[in-house]
Design a protein around this ligand. Structure first.
Ligand SMILES: *[C@@H]1O[C@H](CO)[C@@H](O)[C@H](O)[C@H]1NC(C)=O
Ligand SMILES: *[C@@H]1O[C@H](CO)[C@@H](O)[C@H](O)[C@H]1NC(C)=O
Ligand SMILES: *[C@@H]1O[C@H](CO)[C@@H](O)[C@H](O)[C@H]1NC(C)=O
Ligand SMILES: *[C@@H]1O[C@H](CO)[C@@H](O)[C@H](O)[C@H]1NC(C)=O
Ligand SMILES: *[C@@H]1O[C@H](CO)[C@@H](O)[C@H](O)[C@H]1NC(C)=O
Length: 447
């Protein structure tokens, strides 16, 4: 009896206590300057916050409208169990949840932009490289988000309640506007948010302003074997401008890995540095001596697969100087919604063993999808410019194969086609056994 009474009091107090769980709110980029979150290399929190904010639209009523879907696992978002009750309790357990992003060692997070993951790959073994998270609370009013938080681990696997902040809609809007108005918005943001540039030891001698961005662009524009030239480090009386090394995997025209590199320092070239390709299990598939080429591309005969990674090795292969980001099998594109079935079904183009494949994400509550999509099919196109009749091959949606149960909210079905993945390739979803209507088109595969 007494026990029951106690419980009642406890439950009455509980909501009060939790509502007053005070998470400080950051309202402007200036507020970010005074906190620890992601401020030193190799922490990646500020980059992560910039990246996630870029995928959010904040309307005039401060509603947060995401272009990504945390429940689907976009960018490695995964369900976050708020066991420690750091965050306000959910109003609707069934239709809401907390989702966290930022654990780069999760294979679904390979789709994060390289500017977010670079410090991680540069600092193997460093615990700080993997501390930061961005957490969102979804709304019962799907697909809206209710709140965005920053989080970090206190080391080990424990979250640090004193370093948890809510990001206000105003701040999200400010970051997004900055992204739209500046080509080098990452660096502008990092500067405004007080990122300690000197902590990026690999650019200690450089004027760090916008160097990273320019390089990636230059790398992409000039990546071809014949234009492999020495890196353009500008030195004048006042400063040395040097550029981050870029290592990446892209697609050849027939489903193989094209390795790209740029800004390899002269000191490494003089030592006879090697470029090497590794698979997801860490097996060395291919290597190449760079001689004096500080940047260029090299087409291999290695099939494109999730997790491929380019590394710079010493001549005797004993030292790894640097690792590039791990290749995302979907070319870092999140799934596209199927028109008329938003929140219920989406389509993604990806590659396995160099072939064009497609995934269907089916909301688990959409139990009668096989009736709706009884006649639906996915066409595979070698070029997004081709008319719908010119598919290379196709498969009916209901004949896609169900994948292992890895997602709480979505069932994933996939099909591996006989088309080689290639730049410009596309998958399209047709409702009926006709070419009209087309309910979804993936973004063309990138060069
Ligand atoms: C990060 O992801 C890896 C791989 O999925 C997992 O083993 C690890 O426990 C995760 N770390 C944390 C702190 O969640
Ligand atoms: C690079 O920085 C270090 C330490 O800050 C300095 O000793 C060295 O002279 C610099 N090198 C160049 C080439 O500027
Ligand atoms: C490489 O780039 C140069 C200059 O941009 C261009 O003239 C040449 O045709 C390209 N080569 C290939 C194989 O694409
Ligand atoms: C799944 O579908 C249900 C019912 O249409 C909807 O309420 C829910 O928000 C959807 N889930 C997601 C993650 O979009
Ligand atoms: C597709 O068409 C556009 C314009 O119609 C053209 O600029 C582009 O180069 C084409 N792409 C391919 C891969 O042929």
């Amino acid at each position: 009896m007494e026990r029951k009474g106690m419980l009642c009091i406890f439950f009455l107090l509980l909501p009060l206590a939790l509502v007053s769980a005070d998470i400080p709110v950051l309202n402007s980029i200036k507020d970010l300057r005074n906190i620890e979150f992601g401020h030193r290399f190799p922490r990646h929190g500020l980059m992560l916050l910039h990246f996630v904010s870029g995928g959010l639209f904040v309307d005039n009523n401060d509603a947060l409208i995401p272009m990504f879907c945390p429940e689907r696992g976009d960018w490695g978002f995964h369900h976050f169990n708020d066991y420690e009750e750091l965050f306000p309790p959910l109003q609707d357990q069934n239709r809401q949840g907390y989702y966290a992003v930022g654990n780069i060692s999760t294979p679904t997070a390979y789709s994060l932009n390289p500017y977010v993951t670079r410090s991680y790959y540069l600092t193997p073994g460093n615990l700080e490289r993997i501390m930061d998270r961005v957490v969102v609370r979804t709304s019962p009013n799907s697909p809206l988000l209710e709140a965005v938080y920053t989080q970090h681990y206190r080391g080990g696997s424990e979250y640090d309640p004193t370093n948890t902040y809510q990001i206000s809609p105003d701040l999200l809007r400010e970051i997004r506007i900055l992204s739209q108005n500046w080509v080098n918005s990452v660096d502008v943001f990092l500067y405004a948010a007080g990122y300690i540039v000197d902590s990026r030891s690999f650019t200690r001698n450089c004027s760090a302003t916008d160097s990273t961005y320019k390089v990636e662009d230059a790398g992409r524009m000039t990546l071809n074997e014949s234009t492999a030239i020495m890196k353009g480090a500008v030195v004048n009386d006042h400063h040395t401008e040097c550029y981050a090394v870029v290592l990446k995997v892209k697609s050849t025209e027939s489903g193989y890995a094209r390795l790209g590199w740029a800004n390899v320092p002269d000191s490494l070239l003089d030592d006879g540095v090697m470029l090497a390709l590794f698979n997801n299990d860490g097996k060395n598939l291919f290597s190449l001596s760079l001689d004096k080429r500080s940047y260029g591309t090299c087409d291999t005969k290695m099939c494109l697969n999730h997790g491929l990674q380019v590394k710079l090795l010493s001549k005797n292969r004993a030292d790894v100087f640097m690792s590039g980001p791990q290749y995302d099998d979907a070319d870092r594109k999140i799934p596209v919604g199927i028109k008329g079935y938003e929140g219920k079904a989406s389509l993604q183009l990806y590659t396995k063993d160099g072939y064009a494949c497609a995934r269907l994400f089916i909301n688990k509550t959409f139990t009668d999808w096989k009736i709706h999509f009884k006649h639906s099919w996915v066409g595979f196109y070698s070029n997004h410019n081709y008319s719908s009749t010119c598919y290379y091959t196709y498969q009916y949606a209901i004949h896609f194969t169900k994948q292992g149960d890895t997602n709480e909210k979505y069932d994933i079905y996939s099909y591996e086609s006989s088309l080689s993945i290639q730049p410009g390739a596309q998958a399209r979803f047709f409702l009926m056994e006709t070419y009209d209507p087309i309910l979804a088109k993936t973004k063309p595969w990138e060069w």
